[in-house]
Every structure is written in structure tokens, then in C-alpha cells.
Design a binder for this molecule. Sequence first.
Ligand SMILES: [Zn+2]
Length: 392
Amino acid sequence: MNWHEENIRLTKELISKKSYSGKEKDVIDCLRNFFENSGFDEVIIDKYGSCIGGIVGKRDDGKNITTLFDGHVDTVVVNEEKWSFPPFVATEHNGRIYGRGSSDMKGALSSMAVATLKFAKETDKDFSGKIYVSGSVFEEVFEGVAPRSVSEIVNPDFVIIGEASELNLKIGQRGRAEIVVETFGVSAHSANPEKGVNAVLLMNDVIREIENIVPNEQEKLGKGILVLTDIISSPYPGSSVIPSSCRATYDRRLLVGETPESVLEPIQNVLSKLKEEKGIEAKVSLAEDSKLCYTGEEISSSRFFPGWLYDENEKLIQKAYNGLKNSGLDPEITNYSFCTNGSHYAGEKGILTIGFGPSHESLAHIDDEYVEIEQLKKAFDGYYEILREIYK
Ligand SMILES: [Zn+2]
């Protein structure tokens, strides 16, 4: 078997299956076929529709480590007119494969799946433990929510997130929360504004006060950002009416250890002060969202996805690092600057997690997204060598 060619073939096949969040069925069918026809021992589709393939080691020496590779299969939408190559064809050009999801992150998912298969074949499954690969759904909407069901099924000791890391080793990330602030006024005809209380003007006071909140900072993860991202009044559009309510959304980047309570508290304090001083009626909460999976199951969560960070001296992290070195890479040990499914595995469940993947994060979500074939090859070799070190 030419593993690199097989990896390129599978990457292209995954790209050719359009898979916007909640509409991943075609790409999941493709992944399931791959697992079933290539010799994976277990193939599971969970309630949200994520597809998990597993290889079971035959050796019984008590080590028994369960490793999980996680790669999301959903992508953000395309604006097809802006693309030079058709986004769901996987065109090869100048050493690159173009297509939606090539960098984020079907190339990584394919590399993890094919590397796991190679490891199973080369060792004849003579290792202690299990290796799972999950093609997870709905990551682009809810980081780390579909994985709640994956970790329930797989119960891993070690998780490898394949999000683009430029072949570096990631040991943490900031999390994120979406915070909703609402103000409540009194509606009136705009010909007689004095009869109402304008909720937008109340929000004006609230926003000024929230601007004074300075979130925490942590040495490795940086600043816990708090930034206003949208605002809307109600009714909207308002014709000849004083708005009775107003809603603003804040994006909050989370550091390790921050909780919904600790993040909402300083804002609640601002609102309590404004209520006391000016009688402003307002409330703060986490945004909630709910969507339908292609399986018919509802997926819902409040938008709070925790940050995480591990010590690079953890034994399995050192093994992964040595594996990457053995594959010929010289990875830097750093953190992701964006939010990943690690928010669940590491942030919520406390499972040792790293990130390692092909390509550059700046290539995600863009028109003419591509992955370099050279990066795919190196990521594939990296995943394979990580497994060799873990199960040595
Ligand atoms: Zn991604």
C-alpha cells in the first residue's frame, strides 16, 4: 500500500462531499465506508452523527492506552463566485489540493485515519490498547459539544486534535464564551418619547461601564478578551416606536480555570450598580443555541467553551513530541490561538490533549482554501510516529 497516495485519495474524497454544519451525512457515509472497508475493528455513528472508527490492539500487557484522534468533518459555507477552483472538487494544482475543508480539516482527518490504519497493519495490531479516529460533526457552530458524546463512547486517555498547527505541537488554547446583555425600557410612540424609556439609551450606559472591565491575563495564553460584537434593538426595524428592549453580544476569550459564574460576575456587578444608581433594568446571561443534526437529534448548549493548557513535561506529551522528532519534524511547543474541540476533551473532561495538524490556521475559512500535499505527508508521518512512541 502506498500510504501517502491513499491519504491524498481519501483527503480528496472527503473534500468532494459538501458538509456544512448539520448536513454532514455524505461525508460521514464516506468516512464510514473507509473505516468499514479498510479493516477498522469498530465503526460507530453516535447520536449527533459523528463517525468513530476504532482499532483494537491484541497485546495484553496492562498498559492499555486509549488514544483518540479528533477531526471535525463540518465546514463553513462558501461564496462560490469568489473561488478560482470549484470548492467541492478537490483540484490538485502546484502541489496543493484546493477545496472547502482541505485545511480545516479534512486533510488532517484523512491523515489521522490512514496513519492509524498503517500502524495497525505494520504492527499486525500487536499493541496494548485502542486507537480511535472520530470524524466529529458541528464543530464550526459548537466547539466541543458533539465530542461530549464521543468521549462518552470512547473514554480516551489521550486526545490528539488535528486542527492546523503548521506541524507544531499545541498544548493549550484559550476558550470562548458568548455573553448576552439585555436592557429593558418602556415602549412609546416616538412622537411622545417622554412617555417611554428608550432601551438603546440604557444600553449606551451599560456598554460604557462594561468597557471598564479588564479581564484576566495568563502568561502562556495571553489576554481574556471581552469585546462587543453586535447590538440590536427591539422592535427592529423600529418605525415610530421607542425601543422597549435592546440586546448586545460580547465575545469573551477564556483562560484556564474561568467558569460561567466567574465570567458573568463582573458584568452582573456593573448591572447591579447601574440599577442602584440610575434604575436601569438589565440582565446578563450566556448565549444559548440549539440546532438540528442530520440524524434528527437536537444539539444544544450554552456558548461557553473552556480554555485549557497542559504541562509539556507530561509523559504522553513528551512521547508525542519524540514521535514528531522521529518523523523528521522539529515542532515548536505552543498554544492554539483559536477555539477547538479540545474545549471539551481537555477543558470540560480533563483528558490529556494535544493539537497537531497540517497547514496554516490562516488558510481556514477563506476563499480558495487549500492544503499543501507536502504538509499532508508530514502530518501523516507525524501521526504515525506519535502512535509508535505511545505504544512502544
Ligand atoms: Zn477547524
